[in-house]
Ligand binder design. Structure first.
Ligand SMILES: Nc1ncnc2c1ncn2[C@@H]1O[C@H](COP(=O)(O)OP(=O)(O)OP(=O)(O)O)[C@@H](O)[C@H]1O
Length: 257
């Protein structure tokens, strides 16, 4: 297996807080990879470093062997990294279809000149947007709600649209920050099925933050465990479940709760 993302000695500091402290791990191409750990452990910070929202203080981050540590988020999208947010960041008054299309326009627009001077190219791009968005609507089974304003949908469906917006960018690697938070059990099952399909039918690499340990252990090929910004475990679900340090810092605490 080839590495999709290789992270070495990554640190991120906010004032006196070490959000990430000398973290190293790798994510293989085409796998479902999960980041777990207690609240405030640094999971979202790590995702923000991967998407380019946060600039690490030091370390190295290679995407398909290319150093991306200082690369702008826009350029990372171009390489094939897309991200769905934990807190839904959609336009409530716009339809599902328009939210998905807008996501592509924002990230992939060819610019005013291309639009004005090369009408043919802009038209071709519009067709591509349409095609990608329709594919996502079918993949996430959103045909019935395609024209519905996002703000009127249930929380679970809004989360699905948020994931769809990242999917519409046709990424090689998709970053999902708690895609099942606040969902009921049938919505969770649907989302788990979509994640498996992203991996199995689209061959996508999926990076997941999730608190539901049942979901994590079922879906993940590999797991990294963070605690106070440090990597305290890395391995298969079985290895993680049998790792004494992880049990002490995180899993044990769940059992007790
Ligand atoms: N923009 C920021 N400015 C200052 N401190 C931050 C910022 N983002 C994160 N932190 C701090 O970094 C640490 C890690 O936070 P982070 O949100 O990455 O944890 P997390 O594991 O995702 O937690 P949760 O499960 O609660 O979402 C925390 O101490 C947090 O307060």
């Amino acid at each position: 297996m080839n590495n999709m993302l290789t992270i070495e000695n990554l640190s991120l500091q906010f004032g006196g807080v070490k959000a990430l402290n000398d973290v190293s791990f790798h994510i293989e191409e085409g796998e479902i990879f999960s980041l777990i750990g207690p609240n405030g452990a640094g999971k979202t910070s790590m995702l923000n470093c991967i998407s380019g929202l946060y600039q690490p203080t030091k370390g190295s981050m290679k995407f398909q062997n290319q150093e991306i540590l200082t690369m702008k988020p826009y350029n990372r999208t171009g390489l094939g990294i897309a991200r769905a947010f934990q807190n839904i960041a959609l336009f409530a008054h716009m339809s599902v279809l328009d939210n998905l299309k807008l996501g592509r326009h924002i990230h992939m627009k060819s610019g005013l000149f291309a639009g004005g001077l090369y009408w043919g190219a802009a038209q071709k791009e519009e067709v591509e947007h349409r095609h990608a968005v329709e594919e996502v609507i079918e993949f996430l089974e959103m045909q019935d709600i395609r024209n519905v304003p996002v703000g009127t949908l249930s929380y679970g469906l809004q989360k699905r649209v948020e994931v769809g917006r990242a999917l519409a960018l046709n990424p090689k690697m998709i970053l999902l920050d708690e895609p099942m938070a606040g969902m009921n059990s049938s919505e969770k099952e649907d989302m788990a099925r979509y994640i498996i399909d992203m991996h199995e039918t689209k061959g996508m690499t999926v990076v997941l933050i999730e608190h539901d340990m049942g979901v994590i252990m079922d879906l993940s090929d590999h797991i990294a465990v963070l605690d106070f910004g440090k990597l305290i475990g890395f391995g298969t679900p079985e290895e993680i479940q049998n790792n004494p340090e992880v049990i002490k810092a995180y899993l044990g605490e769940e059992e007790a709760g």
